[in-house]
Design a protein around this ligand. Structure first.
Ligand code: ZN
Length: 269
């Protein structure tokens, strides 16, 4: 059902990834005697040499942490997110059969890191494994600020009613606080990420939050305290059977990472 050729074209246009392999059949029609040797290697070389994100800093914030559930005291500590006091961090959600949001966001973030580094970006992660606790949402924002990120993205998946599905992007609102100057740029980043994620993955817009998958909030510490352009991506609903099945598939997580990388790259130009 999904238009695979469109996806392939989108990837090719952005970074020439996977162009050699998947588009080879069409290309060979225009190259009469070409034996098409090592098309994949050629495409990879093009990506490495072009390095479209060289000089750009991207901070990736994998939501939650695998050790949070065992350390309620640490993560329930209240922190000031300017519009309210909230828990330092939360356990996150999971699919009905126990695939945790923390494991999902960690995996997608690892894949996204690899792609962005291949494209030349400097990548900073807000946590270094999926077995520890936190950091607090305030610290997650501070890491992006300290890195002077050109763009920051917090990766999540939702835990909503089973009938709800699809992805949405959360962007900051003005709160008469530090995030105010980057609210317009964060919106731009959010739209680029939404467009690319939909194009590359075929994931539908959220059926239950936002307008065309765009939502704005002033209660998230990770956004309120950010002084760099930042968005949250809620990749879908882990309690929806269809979304959950996709999330549990490594190849689909790779597509999500590609969609996010392309969106970041379009924003960073
Ligand atoms: Zn989450």
């Amino acid at each position: 059902m999904r238009a695979l050729p469109v996806t392939v074209l989108a990837l090719c246009g952005l970074a020439a990834t996977a162009c050699g392999g998947t588009a080879g059949g069409q290309a060979s029609a225009n190259r009469p005697a070409a034996p098409a040797p090592a098309p994949v290697a050629g495409a990879q070389a093009a990506v490495v040499s072009s390095q479209p994100l060289k000089g750009k800093v991207v901070v990736i914030d994998p939501g939650h942490n695998g050790g949070n559930a065992k350390n309620p005291k640490a993560i329930n500590r209240k922190v000031n997110v300017l519009t309210q006091w909230k828990a330092c961090d939360t356990t996150g959600t999971s699919t009905n059969d126990g695939y945790s949001e923390a494991a999902f966001t960690w995996d997608v973030s690892q894949r996204l890191t690899k792609i962005l580094k291949q494209r030349g970006a400097t990548v900073v992660l807000t946590r270094s494994d999926n077995n520890s606790v936190g950091p607090c949402i305030t610290e997650r924002a501070a890491i992006g600020n300290k890195a002077k990120a050109d763009a920051a993205i917090s990766v999540h998946a939702d835990g909503s009613a089973p009938a709800n599905h699809g992805f949405h992007v959360i962007m900051p609102k003005k709160i008469n606080g530090p995030v105010d100057p980057v609210v317009p740029e964060s919106r731009e980043l959010g739209v680029d990420v939404r467009d690319s994620l939909a194009k590359v993955t075929g994931l539908p817009y959220s059926t239950y939050i936002g307008v065309k998958a765009l939502d704005f909030r002033n209660d998230l510490g990770g956004l309120n305290l950010s002084t760099v352009p930042k968005v949250f991506i809620e990749c879908g609903n882990m309690r929806h059977a269809g979304d959950a099945a996709r999330f549990k598939t490594p190849a689909f997580r790779q597509k999500i990472a590609l969609g996010l990388a392309d969106g970041l790259q379009i924003y960073l130009k």
